[in-house]
Design a protein around this ligand. Sequence first.
Ligand code: ACO
Length: 330
Amino acid sequence: MNVYIRGIGTYLPEKIVSNHDLAKQIDTSDEWIWSRTGIRERRIAAEGEHASTMGKRAAEEAIRNAGLSPDDIDLLVVATMTPDFLFPSTAAVLQAQLGLRNVPAFDISAACSGFLYGLEVTRHLLQSGTYRNALLVGTEKLSSVLDWQDRSTCVLFGDGAGAVVLSQGATGIIDVLLAADGSNPDILYMPGGGSRMPATEASVAHRDHFLKMNGREVFKVAVRAMEQSIRDILDRNSININDIRYFIAHQANYRILDALAQRLSVPMEKFPVNVDRVGNTSAASIPLIMKEMVDDGRLKSGDNVVLVAFGAGLTWGTSLLKWKDSREMP
Ligand code: ACO
């Protein structure tokens, strides 16, 4: 059974924080951030906004753009590394906020690869025939886990949400390839707050409830893993790399995209970029940029598109899509 993306929605918080704004608070500069990452500014959630409320805004737009109503949704999957709570799931919270029927709702924890992990799980559940229309939401309030005294990490991330409605019907998602290597989880992690290190005065004083990252290591592994993953998915579907219209990559860092494009010998024009305006938004990153490309007409029916992401875990993955403009559906 074929599964396709029937509608997309996104949400970005209003507040824009530029590199110059950050340079007033920490020892950094627009020049350093721009040259190392390609980021100029990011959005930061307001007080009272969190993963579920941002996800709700994106999901409502996705349902509308799919030409459906909340009653039509029969499965809800949320990808996030910044859930409202450790439990219950953000998906359960969102089910009620969206006024969905009592449909199954669960979270996926795969950090920046979360949207691709969600795509794979969701499409198979739709293909099973049990569900007809699924809502997949990537939503992140990364500002809540950033150490605003750590200039090596806080400049990289932003908040936002993206959502897609996936439906049975047309060819859209051709393949998904996922992978993980958890042998060095501390390459990118948050040490405190889980069962291994519950919150104590000492853990708070030690700033263990913030994201920690070995940026150089992540960079190296990310480029190698995404390159191999793209080559593998194209090989197993017998598609030539030149027949791919766009490589829509997780927006972590312009230099990572540039290195990936070079290793694949693909022109940078085929790698859309919005990291300059939103920073790294983890599981929201791919739907956020896809929506821009739908709105400005870059994505056209029939385009072969590769999605690719990597994130904490480490996890990574790729998907091969045949883009289908849902406005052309019967
Ligand atoms: N402003 C100014 N100077 C800084 C800043 C900053 N914001 N941050 C670090 N520096 C300094 C460092 O202290 C260091 O100074 P020193 O040489 O005096 O010690 C110097 O800049 C170089 O630091 P490096 O960490 O070596 O810088 P690098 O060139 O490697 O760039 C970066 C760092 C941008 C983080 C890069 O390694 C990178 O992009 N890595 C990938 C990270 C990533 O994409 N993570 C997301 C993963 S996705 C997910 O799952 C969330």
